[in-house]
Design a protein around this ligand. Structure first.
Ligand SMILES: *Cc1c(COP(=O)(O)O)cnc(C)c1O
Length: 376
């Protein structure tokens, strides 16, 4: 499929690489190939670029560069954050039923090694009940885990309030902001976030690179999950993926400068798409529409098989839910948590827009989706 006729509305699954990010990476795939850990001049020079990328990454979220650990992505960052706390005397974890599988499955693993996990339910709009959260956190709660914005429905939780409650009970707070970093301004200090995973490919950086922010102030003693040469303060061994890290840094720098501009433009397009598609009889939006990230619209078209619609849409890329479960026809755990029937969950489509989505693409998507649904 050529770039021109591909209408890509699946930016929550992954984003295209920004050309400026690619340009920043290229020298590190060719001439600047030295190992960032080597003590010769070439190595030291590459290491300086790594330090700058750590600074760019930290700067986007209001952190310091020594609070950043590079990982292969958010999944690894989440695994390190949670499993890295296995030695703690506190054995209770609190999280939300609508979290990403990277969090939920790691929590399931923690249950097998002696932890108790509370998976809190959400309202029909996808919002966490703060009273329920407060009742659930105990003196034995090690960590509260809540996502910033949901990858499937875009709903944004009240992170400041959740963080406050965790703090009040001396529990750590991890915020899976993988869908928000680079799209919404986040300040980890103001929000008192202790651990925060980042993934470059969700905001126009390369795949296979991300980071874990670990608050220095919280004095967290993480156990490494990957042992070896002792890179990254022994927290994550392995030769640094230099080109990818440079790409992550560049993606962060661009996001910081362009996030406001992106928001204004993308929100208009998303609202136009949503308003137009809601004219289809019986259709409705999944999740709260006020506390929601500006690029996402998850719409249920009752009676329409979403997998069939996706195939029929051909060059228009949309999603039936989380990309991980797209191959199977099990209804999305997020939509089920909102109380949708299996049928409605399997009739829902996620449209996620991005920096490179155009008005012409949205107009064409509206026409094509509307006429296909009439046919189906
Ligand atoms: C994509 C995503 C992840 C996993 O990120 P990878 O870097 O692809 O491993 C985790 N959490 C959320 C909310 C995501 O959207």
């Amino acid at each position: 499929m050529s770039h021109q006729d591909h209408i890509y509305l699946d930016n929550n699954a992954t984003t295209p690489l920004d050309k400026r990010v690619l340009d920043a990476m290229l020298p590190y795939l060719t001439d600047s190939y030295a190992n960032a850990g080597s003590s010769h001049l070439a190595g030291l020079t590459v290491n300086e670029s790594i330090q700058e990328a750590a600074w760019q990454t930290a700067n986007l979220i209001g952190a310091n560069e020594d609070e950043i650990i590079f990982t292969s992505g958010a999944t690894e960052a989440i695994n390190l954050a949670i499993k890295g706390l296995s030695d703690s005397p506190k054995k209770h974890i609190v999280t939300i039923a609508t979290e990403h599988k990277a969090v939920l499955e790691t929590c399931r693993y923690m249950e097998t090694i002696g932890f108790a996990v509370s998976y809190l339910s959400v309202s029909s709009e996808g919002l966490l009940d703060l009273n329920l959260l407060e009742e659930t956190i105990t003196d034995n709660t090690l960590i509260v885990i809540a996502m910033f914005s949901n990858n499937e429905i875009g709903v944004i939780q009240d992170i400041a309030a959740i963080s406050q409650m965790a703090n009040n009970k001396n529990a750590l707070f991890m915020c899976d902001a993988t869908q928000a970093v680079g799209k919404i301004a986040i300040d980890v200090k103001k929000l008192r976030i202790d651990l925060l995973p980042i993934s470059a490919h969700k905001f126009y950086g390369p795949k296979g690179i991300g980071a874990l922010y670990v608050s220095a102030k919280a004095k967290i003693k993480l156990q490494p999950q990957i042992h070896g040469g002792g890179q990254q303060r022994k927290l994550r061994s392995g030769t640094l993926n230099v080109p990818a890290i440079i790409g992550l840094g560049k993606a962060c720098e661009i996001a910081l400068n362009e996030l406001k501009k992106d928001e204004e433009r993308i929100k208009k397009l998303r609202d136009h798409l949503e308003k137009s598609l809601l004219k289809i009889e019986g259709s409705f939006v999944n999740g709260n529409t006020l506390n929601r990230i500006y690029n996402t619209s998850n719409i249920c078209f009752p009676g329409v098989n979403s997998e069939r619609l996706i195939i029929a849409l051909k060059n228009i890329s949309v999603s039936s839910g989380s990309s991980c479960s797209a191959a199977t026809s099990t209804p999305s755990h997020v939509l089920k948590a909102l109380g949708l029937s299996d049928e409605n969950a399997l009739s829902s489509i996620r449209f996620s827009l991005g920096r490179f989505t155009t008005l012409a693409e949205i107009e064409e998507a509206i026409v094509r989706v509307t006429s296909l649904i009439e046919q189906l």
